[in-house]
Ligand binder design. Structure first.
Ligand SMILES: [Zn+2]
Length: 96
């Protein structure tokens, strides 16, 4: 693709660089999944990812260090209005 977004035939051996980019992107995606599924301090993992292997201190604030203090894992019962809206939406989507 050129600077004006025109697609032109590539040079010979384009597959090699294409496959290298694809493998790199796939490795990045796997790394993100590993981060999401992994255990241990999130901040410490990020710090290590960016090259600081000497810092061993847990942050004390992330969902792994302080599970009870995170918003992402906190749930509450729906309010009556929220429950009514959900019920209305469900009924609407079923064509009732
Ligand atoms: Zn942490």
């Amino acid at each position: 693709m050129d600077g004006e977004d025109r697609v032109r035939p590539g040079k010979d051996r384009w597959q090699e660089s294409y496959e290298a980019i694809r493998a790199y992107r796939q490795a990045q995606i796997e790394e993100i999944f590993d981060y999401a599924r992994g255990s241990g301090c999130r901040m410490l993992r990020l710090v290590r990812h960016f090259g600081d292997t000497l810092d061993q201190r847990r942050c004390g604030h992330c969902d792994e260090c302080l599970p009870g203090g995170t918003v992402g894992r906190t749930f509450r019962a729906p309010t009556k209005a929220e429950r009514r809206t959900a019920t209305d939406n469900e009924a609407g989507s079923l064509g009732k």
